[in-house]
Design a protein around this ligand. Structure first.
Ligand code: FES
Ligand SMILES: [Zn+2]
Length: 130
């Protein structure tokens, strides 16, 4: 297997509670990324496939967000229970997990049923300095 045949980018961005867009890692523990790393390590794929922590991938409303390259397959709403299936089916078998894919009309749109467009978004509250 060539080096780094696939890259899994896992959003580990954290925003304050109540943030309008939400975030993929509210607890800031990188738990999902750790699970991907462990799932790869268990299969002896540590040197061949990477599971990287990513900053915000701008799909916050569809998160937790994971994107797998080189296919650029975007997954949303990924939970701990989905890690094994993504690794087995997509990373090992080359077959994306369709049920978790972010819909095209969500991925490539300024707004969708889940996302408020920038223009009408209420600014985040100022940080309180006391
Ligand atoms: S916080 Fe994860 S995509 Fe923005
Ligand atoms: Zn959407």
């Amino acid at each position: 297997m060539p080096l780094f045949e696939r890259h899994i980018f896992v959003c580990t961005n954290q925003r304050p509670e109540g943030s309008q867009r939400g975030c993929c890692d509210p607890e800031g523990k990188r738990a999902l990324q750790s699970m991907f790393k462990a799932a790869l390590a268990r299969r002896g794929l540590k040197g061949a496939i990477r599971a990287n922590a990513a900053g915000c991938l701008d799909q916050c409303e569809h998160g937790p967000t994971v994107v797998v390259y080189p296919e650029a397959v975007w997954y949303g709403g990924v939970t701990a229970n989905d890690v094994e299936q993504i690794v087995e089916s997509h990373v090992m078998g080359g077959v994306p997990v369709e049920r978790l894919r972010i819909a095209d009309e969500c991925l490539n749109a300024k707004s969708c049923a889940h996302r408020v467009p920038n223009e009408v978004r209420v600014p985040e509250p100022e940080k309180q300095h006391r």
